[in-house]
Design a protein. Structure first.
Length: 642
């Protein structure tokens, strides 16, 4: 049963008062025990004690309350509380000493008994030994009461320590915080038993009594010796290369392991210090995550009317989240799926009686409908995220890719030009480079369309190109997670297939950043580090789920699907890169477009899409993109591998 706070505080105050009462009495007993004094003088000291003890208790309790000793939580008493106790005790002892020094010059107070001669001199003056001993005893008593519970927990006298045996990798500030919390909490789910120091600098030492037993090479031996049930990586800011090495060593042990939340997560309130989280796949990107923020001096979104197409998708919804922080006058969330649009709007604090967030259910291919949207809201900044992105499905339905990715983009871009929008940013993909699939080819043509419209327009048209986004709809990570949850197998297209990978927040921060950087027609690319093997992603995700690849969860190589490439690229051979003022962002000038030829082939694509003629669509795309090399499949093969 949990008592009310005022009851607990009153109880603690009474215990402290009793401790001061006893400490003062014991100080008299010890202070005068070895003095050769007669019985009359002893009676005088007893009367003096009885006369002063009530006032001393009141002074000390008042000082303890003044330093906040009764505002803290006793079970979590720390070094801060110890300093407060020391300070308050010292002040109380100084008050008693001041009483001693002033007593010869003051008349005896009425509360002290009037002693007859020859003991009248002892009525006021407290023996100095008593003053010193009382201060020491009070400090020990009050401090001991505060820390006795922790002492009982650490020594195990409060009851057997439960929880799983935990081995901690790391001996820095993060590890110290974890050891301190877990060691002094009898209800903790984990019990730290050993530490590993990857830098080998502190081997043989102890942290809060927990031994530092070796480097990473000592991990198997430490697990066996201390019967470790779980491993915690307490290196929140570890470089990716070191983290991959640690994860590789942990994988070999077949013991479950987790990672301490980063300081950024703690500051943002996403997790508490005592929470342990599974190692996320983003931790193994092979590079630090790119953190891009828009400085106030370049905040082009403040006070603007912003339209986001495809606002219910993975990228579109994150765009809405990040745009919302920069203070636009209005955000228009446009998409075809009403549920996903409403979900992101609710997350942003949407209310039906407010016009700061507008919800529009519309299809970017519906030109009359999109025209009414522009007429009603006159957006000044447009992020065009609406697109079909699933490669195998677009191989099956190329007419959908053409009408949505190309002509939907053309409609929105021309309306941005017609209504005088300040900025139009198109989101593209690395699959647009030397495409081998319809989806990538249509995104490349969409880039060409935007570049062509940008030539004679006052609107700034920009394109942002990036690779795979971890965790987005239709991406490989959610698929792998579902397959692992179902017991496998996890399907990988090719053992050597690689992809450039980034997180959703990274991708969106890049998109927003480019709006402050580029001239019209610019193409932006993010430095995404080295491409990651898809097979490695699969193995790591299985391991991070507490399972063993090819033992608990089989991995099956299924072959490249229609339109898939073994390796993706971010630039064509004719596109060159220049570094921008943002170190991880590069700008390129796209290849020039022949407007007349583009319009001619767009008409051919329009007719082929209307007729559902896949061969004619592919032929027109190949004329527009000479380096487009589509894989040839029969209809039956396409359906079997999709």
């Amino acid at each position: 049963m949990t008592l009310p706070r005022y009851v607990r505080r009153t109880f603690l105050l009474l215990i402290d008062a009793t401790a001061v009462f006893c400490a003062f009495g014991l100080a008299y007993a010890l202070g005068v025990a070895f003095e050769d004094i007669d019985a009359g003088r002893r009676v005088a000291y007893l009367r003096q004690y009885l006369g002063l003890v009530g006032f001393l208790v009141a002074i000390r309790i008042g000082l303890f309350a003044l330093v906040g000793l009764y505002r803290g939580i006793a079970r979590y008493a720390s070094f801060h509380e110890m300093l407060s106790i020391l300070f308050a005790t010292a002040l109380g002892t100084l008050a008693l000493a001041a009483f001693n020094l002033l007593s010869p010059h003051l008349p005896p107070p009425s509360f002290l008994p009037q002693f007859p001669e020859p003991h009248r001199a002892y009525a006021m003056h407290v023996p100095w030994r008593v003053v010193v001993i009382e201060g020491m005893l009070t400090l020990v008593a009050i401090g001991g009461l505060r820390f006795s519970r922790r002492l009982l927990v650490v020594t195990g006298l409060l009851g057997a320590r439960g929880g799983r045996n935990l081995l901690i990798i790391g001996v820095g500030a993060s590890a110290e915080r974890v050891c301190r919390e877990l060691a002094y909490d009898p209800d903790a789910q984990y019990r730290p038993v050993a530490l590993i120091d990857p830098d080998r600098m502190h081997i043989g030492g102890r942290l809060h009594g927990i031994p530092i037993v070796g480097g990473l090479e000592s991990l198997p031996e430490a697990i066996a010796r201390y019967q470790v049930e779980e491993i915690l990586i307490a290196l929140a800011e570890a470089p990716p290369a070191l983290l991959r090495r640690i994860v590789a060593e942990c994988e070999k042990t077949r013991v479950a392991f987790k990672q301490l939340p980063s300081l950024a997560d703690l500051m943002a309130g996403k997790v508490t210090v005592s929470e342990l989280r599974p190692v996320e796949i983003e931790d193994l990107l092979g590079r630090p995550q790119v953190q891009l923020t828009l400085p106030d001096t370049h905040n082009y979104l403040r006070g603007e009317t912003v339209l986001v197409t495809g606002a219910g998708g993975s990228i579109g919804s994150e765009l809405c989240r990040q745009i919302h922080r920069y203070g636009p006058a209005q955000i228009i969330l446009l998409g075809r799926g009403e549920n996903s649009i409403y979900e992101i709007a609710t997350e942003l604090g949407y209310r039906f009686d407010s016009h700061a967030i507008e919800l529009v259910i519309a299809d970017v291919r519906d030109e009359p409908r999109m025209t009414r949207v522009f007429e009603q809201w006159r957006p000044t900044v447009i992020y065009h995220a609406a697109a079909h992105k699933h490669v195998p499905l677009m191989e099956l339905h190329p007419e959908e890719a053409v009408t949505n990715n190309i002509f939907g983009t053309e409609i929105v871009a021309r309306l941005a030009d017609r209504f005088g929008s300040k900025l139009f940013i198109q989101i593209s993909t690395d699959k647009a480079v030397r495409p081998t699939n319809v989806m990538g080819a249509t995104k490349r043509v969409a880039e060409m369309v935007v570049c062509d419209i940008a030539r004679g327009s006052a609107t700034r048209f920009l394109t942002v190109r990036f690779g795979n986004v971890l965790g987005s709809r239709g991406s490989v990570i959610p698929l792998f997670k579902k397959q692992i949850a179902a017991g496998g197998p996890v399907t990988v297209t090719h053992p050597d297939a690689t992809r450039y990978c980034m997180t959703i927040p990274e991708a969106v921060s890049l998109v927003i950043q480019t709006g402050a950087l580029g001239d019209r027609g610019s193409l932006f690319v993010l430095d995404m580090g080295q491409p990651v093997r898809v097979l490695d992603l699969a193995r790591n995700l299985i391991t991070l789920s507490g399972l063993e690849p090819d033992v608990d969860i089989p991995i099956q190589i299924v072959g490249l699907r229609p339109g898939e490439k073994l390796h993706e690229e971010l630039l064509t051979s004719d596109e060159g890169l220049q570094r921008t003022e943002v170190g991880k962002v590069f700008v390129s000038k796209p290849e020039p477009v022949d407007s007349a030829f583009l319009r001619e082939q767009l008409e051919a694509l329009r007719r082929a899409a209307a007729a559902g003629d896949s061969a004619a669509i592919v032929a027109a795309l190949r004329r527009l993109i000479p380096d487009y090399q589509p894989a040839v499949y029969s209809g039956e093969e396409r359906r079997e591998t999709a």
